[in-house]
Design a binder for this molecule. Structure first.
Ligand code: C5P
Length: 303
């Protein structure tokens, strides 16, 4: 049985996340920031094929949805590659892997696309290389790869995320999927640059509890009023066009508009699917791409 499992190819989807709430609550000696954030998984996803490969080489290929080449980050910045290498290092495995990613989630968009690719690679190679790593060990490796990777690996549908991103408290998700309109940009932002632009740690901010209640009740109108992101002011300074793009989403019918992560992705909250599609049809010219997405049960989904 094990030999069969070790040679087959795994196909999975790795989904984007939204930050429905993000407060920066402290600065750490290592330069990172302490967060209090609500992460929410989306059905908008990349496709991954992961297969074992003879020798120890890790080969990663990325294409767009239509099959064309994607501007490829260098290996050391490609989190899918980094995840596979790190797994080799921590387990001493000398097995190789072939990873093909069909990219839909923009790179550097604040949607955790690279992080969810990395989480998918960790989950797939743990199985294909028959590593049998404890979940807690896999989560430690995830945290080393990037702050958002633990959520993508194990956060489920909706999570309160604290620390640098490693402390996960699952929250009740909405009873039915919630609907969002994502305004995407092909021009990535540097997360480090956005954090670096913070004037300091805000002393106060809104409470997270009302947001968790709105999500748990599936109350899109309430949630839309409570969206908050401490990184938004910096992102708006660095990308002034986002201010106008927020207004465009509201004018098209979004109940509220938030920035995901460090941006530049903006998301409008919609009351239901048909409204989301109507909003999307009206805002197309303001963004490089507009996508309608809804809540998903988790980020890493095996086919
Ligand atoms: O962990 P990750 O590589 O995704 O972080 C990218 C950059 O974002 C870090 O180098 C850091 O500057 C910033 N960051 C932070 N605090 C966090 C997460 C990220 O300062 N909790």
């Amino acid at each position: 049985m094990a030999a069969v499992a070790a040679t087959h190819k795994l196909r999975l989807e790795t989904g984007a996340k939204l930050n429905l709430f993000l407060r920066v609550v402290g600065r750490r000696p290592d330069g990172y920031h302490e967060l209090e954030s609500i992460f929410h998984s989306l059905d908008f996803a990349d496709d991954l094929d992961v297969a074992p490969r003879p020798g120890a080489t890790i080969a990663v290929e990325m294409t767009s949805e239509s099959g064309g080449a994607v501007a490829f980050p260098p290996a050391e910045e490609n989190l899918a590659y980094v995840a596979a290498r790190r797994l080799q290092e921590v387990t001493g495995s000398e097995r190789g892997a072939e990873i093909h990613i069909r990219k839909r989630i923009p790179l550097g968009g604040g949607l955790g696309g690279g992080s969810s690719n990395a989480a998918g690679v960790l989950a797939a190679l743990d199985e294909l290389w028959e590593l049998g790593l404890q979940r807690s060990r896999l989560l430690e490796v995830a945290a080393e790869i990037g702050s958002d990777v633990p959520f993508c690996l194990d956060g489920g549908a909706t999570c309160l995320v604290t620390g640098r991103g490693e402390n996960l408290t699952p929250l009740p998700g909405p009873p039915l999927p919630m609907w969002f309109v994502l305004g995407l940009s092909d021009r990535p932002v540097s997360t480090a640059r956005v954090y670096g632009g913070l004037a300091g740690v805000p002393r106060t901010g809104p409470a997270v509890a009302p947001v968790t209640m709105a999500i748990g009740a599936g109350d899109a109108a309430e949630l839309a009023q409570l969206l908050h992101n401490d990184l938004e002011a910096v992102a708006l300074q660095q990308r002034p066009e986002l201010r106008e793009h927020k207004e465009v989403l509201v004018a098209a019918g979004a109940l509220g508009v938030g920035l995901s992560g460090s941006g530049p992705t903006l998301f409008g909250v919609a009351p239901d699917e048909s409204s989301a599609r109507e909003i999307a049809s009206k805002v197309g010219t303001s963004f490089d791409r507009v996508v309608v997405a809804s809540s998903a049960p988790n980020c890493v989904r095996f086919a």
